[in-house]
Write a protein that binds this ligand. Sequence first.
Ligand code: FES
Length: 119
Amino acid sequence: MADTGLIFACFGCCCGHTNNGAARIVRPATRRAFDAAGLQGRVRFAFSECLGPCSEANVVFVYLHQRALWFKRVNTLDLFEKLLAYVRTAVDAPGAPLPEELAARSFSWTGGGLGPAPA
Ligand code: FES
């Protein structure tokens, strides 16, 4: 069965490192969180190089049901786990509303410019 969606957690020049004000992202813990989320075989997860919108670091890109979702400042494992919980719901319920905490971090980006303006 093909994956329904994918998640890219950026680990590029500005994400996951503390040099540009972003929180440090610990890759093994992030991977373990994904593995524990029970999404294997339905959603693919990978770390990526720079995804483009660097202005708000610790970017996570979710592609689900032909819909692109961008999240900024996913700075804690707790937030990433909340994102995984949302994806687990949305896999079976396309268009499920984002929880408030994730909605506050979502943004639109179509590939131009530097990304969202910092709050
Ligand atoms: S380094 Fe993450 S979006 Fe550029």
